[in-house]
Design a protein around this ligand. Structure first.
Ligand code: TZP
Ligand code: MG
Length: 212
């Protein structure tokens, strides 16, 4: 699978208004990450976010929910270990949808590769309050170890680092070989989210990963 559809910055949000701000700043990949909503509520928020993404030609992926992604015609899904198994999601969605899988270990990345994900969200990089029940923290050392192993196995699946990532972390993370980063609070909580999004985008495109 080509990396053409995978961008180096995935912005994770719960609100269409926040998606609009980052898309206006040039972000082109949004993950809508909602928890504990009824299908109807989730669908309403997802449709609003999809309208924003379509206006800015950004891709929208939904957390956890391949059925809703198919229902509204989103661009893909991000699936963790408790969600629909990736082969089942691929059978449901076909090849045109982006499917991302969560991983904390090399073994899980290799399983995701076999199952045909388009990218892996590897983390957490450091502690974050955005997600409950975090897997063990990887730190830069964890990324170095895992990305080196992938390089040796000549696996060029895009790896997106996630979890407590700030702008200052980007150069060192890219040096480990990750393809990009997924970020929520560093943008949502910034004094100027538009300026912060632009800084992430320029940092991600000027310091390039060797692992592409
Ligand atoms: N998965 C692992 S960490 C995380 C998710 C969804 C949260 C990312 O948000 P933040 O605010 O950038 O730590
Ligand atoms: Mg999930």
């Amino acid at each position: 699978m080509s990396h053409a559809t995978i961008s180096p910055l995935q912005y994770i949000t719960t609100r269409p208004e926040e998606a609009e701000v980052t898309c206006r700043a040039g972000a082109d990949w949004i993950q809508l990450r909602l928890k504990n909503r009824s299908y109807a509520d989730w669908k309403a928020i997802a449709l609003e976010t999809l309208a924003v993404c379509r206006q800015y030609r950004a891709k929208l992926i939904l957390n956890d929910n391949p059925l809703l992604a198919a229902d509204i015609g989103a661009d893909g899904v991000h699936l963790g270990q408790e969600d629909m198994p990736i082969p089942e999601a691929r059978a449901l969605l076909g090849d045109k949808f982006i499917i991302g899988g969560t991983a904390n270990t090399l073994e899980t990345i290799l399983a995701h590769q076999r199952d045909g994900v388009n990218y892996v969200g590897l983390g957490p990089f450091r502690f974050t309050t955005t997600k409950a029940e975090l897997s063990p923290i990887l730190g830069l050392e964890g990324y170095r170890r895992i990305l080196t192993a992938l390089l040796h196995q000549q696996i060029s699946l895009p790896i997106i680092a996630i979890g407590g990532i700030t702008l200052a972390d980007v150069p060192a993370l890219l040096e480990t070989g990750v393809y990009g980063v997924a970020v929520s609070s560093a943008i949502t909580g910034a004094a100027d989210p538009v300026a912060q999004t632009r800084l992430f985008l320029s940092q991600l495109t000027t310091s390039t990963s060797f692992f592409e």
